[in-house]
Design a protein around this ligand. Structure first.
Ligand SMILES: CCCCCCCC/C=C\CCCCCCCC(=O)SCCNC(=O)CCNC(=O)[C@H](O)C(C)(C)COP(=O)(O)OP(=O)(O)OC[C@H]1O[C@@H](n2cnc3c(N)ncnc32)[C@H](O)[C@@H]1OP(=O)(O)O
Length: 172
């Protein structure tokens, strides 16, 4: 698939954390009211990200009618949010909490409502606090990706990062 993102050549390789979810297992929720993965939000993506081998994860997302952008197809922002969630969950494999600093999406084909998107994502490596991640999505044929994404996530101290906003969080 065409893309313009070039990760640095000198990325530091990363190791899976000994306590990371085992391959085939669901990686825990960010929190229950997260738009991307939370069980308690009525209108959310409800993504279940599954640990793969090494530094990989995967997820499936049925493309529901409320995700419509152009007639009969998924909205690009919804697709971007799904990539963000899948890639943003993967650093839990290395024991790091992260937030998105940079997210690039390449849209290769219109994605019809009613299809199921399958996402695969892979941690490429780190440079200081930056974790580089790549992801590809298909709707049935792994040889024919419909979209791909490249991102830079930055590791954070969760308590410190959210301290200013934590009191305004939504509890359902
Ligand atoms: C008590 C709470 C309990 C809660 C429990 C819940 C657990 C939840 C755990 C985790 C939540 C994850 C939820 C995932 C959901 C999916 C992911 C999202 O959607 S996240 C939302 C969207 N993203 C943001 O809101 C970030 C907003 N941006 C920032 O906060 C800052 O800009 C931040 C943290 C990204 C960086 O700020 P700096 O001050 O800490 O650090 P600096 O030095 O500026 O950047 C570090 C490195 O990153 C590069 N960098 C920063 N921004 C970049 C960019 N846009 N492009 C390229 N590089 C960038 C910099 O050049 C620097 O790199 P060099 O080491 O110097 O090479």
């Amino acid at each position: 698939m065409k893309h313009a993102f070039v990760p640095p050549a000198d990325l530091e390789p990363l190791q899976r954390h000994p306590k990371a979810a085992a391959p085939g297992h669901h990686i825990d929720l960010h929190h229950s009211t997260c738009f991307g993965c939370g069980d308690d939000v009525p209108l959310g993506l409800h993504l279940k990200v599954i640990a793969g081998d090494g530094l990989t994860v995967s997820a499936d997302m049925p493309v529901a009618s409320w995700m419509q952008g152009g007639p009969g197809v998924i909205h690009g922002g919804v697709l971007s949010a799904a990539f963000d969630e899948v890639m943003g969950t993967s650093p839990l494999l290395i024991g790091s909490a992260v937030v998105t600093a940079h997210l690039e999406i390449d849209f290769a084909e219109p994605i019809p409502l009613g299809s199921t998107l399958h996402f695969d994502a892979r941690i490429l490596g780190r440079q200081r606090r930056k974790v580089y991640i790549a992801s590809v999505a298909h709707i049935g044929d792994p040889e024919r990706p419909v979209a791909s994404a490249h991102s830079i996530f930055v590791t954070i101290d969760v308590k410190e990062h959210f301290a200013e906003h934590y009191d305004k969080r939504v509890i359902l």
